[in-house]
Design a binder for this molecule. Structure first.
Ligand code: COA
Length: 215
């Protein structure tokens, strides 16, 4: 398990964990070390090895991100005193209160972002095949990708991270979100947040792309 910090902006702290199947031999020890009692009972309800690894690594990343955030503010806390629970919607919530958190995971890689205000994160392997995804884009979004030399993957990631920052995810309908690119950042509009478009920045991180939406 290899932990790192993804430094993108002072307003957000992002921790990332790289892992593989060899983690399975220490998974229960890590759960014992990092999880609170309520988290342990959620963890014990997971059975698929893939899901157990990703779920636990995302929580460890979240706890380390929160610990680093509070250390920067001058408060020392242990990772085991931070609890990450999930609302019925699936959105993660952190205790002690005062920070927003967002989680994402893919095979072998988990990320967590914490910020003072609403935040959404998504991660994907940059080489993920995009042919299937292309079909889920509107023709305007396909044109945006062509015009700015962007991958359709960025559109999906921008929508997911924006939806996570609202606590709704994709709300069962990616087409309920529309994406425009200004050449650098993506701007997401949705009826779930009609006040203003949400800005998403996509960062290269080795073989992964990480999308961040900070409201
Ligand atoms: C949130 C969502 C975009 C995640 O997509 P994904 O590619 O499967 O998974 P990711 O790794 O990117 O993110 C998973 C994390 O998103 C977070 N998440 C889930 N629902 C969330 C929500 N409503 N708001 C904010 N974050 C959410 C969780 O922390 C989850 O990790 P966990 O299950 O380990 O707690 C998707 O599950 C979604 O839209 N959920 C909302 C309900 C819904 O619409 N379901 C039908 C799907 S079409």
């Amino acid at each position: 398990m290899l932990t790192s910090v993804v430094d993108v902006a002072p307003e957000v702290w992002i921790s990332a964990i790289k892992f593989d199947e060899s983690l399975d031999s220490t998974l229960d020890e890590l759960a014992e070390e990092f999880l609170s009692d309520s988290e342990k009972s959620s963890f014990s309800a997971l059975h698929h090895p893939h899901r157990r690894r990703e779920w636990l690594c995302a929580r460890i990343a979240g706890k380390e991100a929160a610990q680093s955030w509070w250390a920067r503010e001058g408060t020392d806390i242990t990772t085991s005193s931070v609890t990450i629970s999930s609302l019925e919607s699936g959105a993660p919530v952190i205790t002690p209160a005062g920070l927003s958190i967002s989680l994402a995971h893919t095979t072998g890689f988990a990320v967590a972002a914490v910020a003072a205000g609403p935040v959404g994160i998504d991660v994907e392997r940059a080489d993920r095949p995009v042919r299937e995804l292309e079909r889920s884009l509107t023709s305007a979004e396909q044109q945006e990708c062509e015009r700015h030399g962007k991958s359709p993957l960025e559109v999906l990631m921008a929508k997911e991270s924006a939806g996570k920052s609202l606590g709704i995810g994709l709300a069962g309908n990616p087409r309920g979100f529309t994406a425009e690119c200004d050449g650098s950042d993506w701007w997401i509009r949705t009826e779930h947040h009609s006040v203003r478009p949400l800005r998403v920045r996509i960062h290269d991180h080795g073989i992964h792309l990480i999308a961040i939406c900070l409201q």
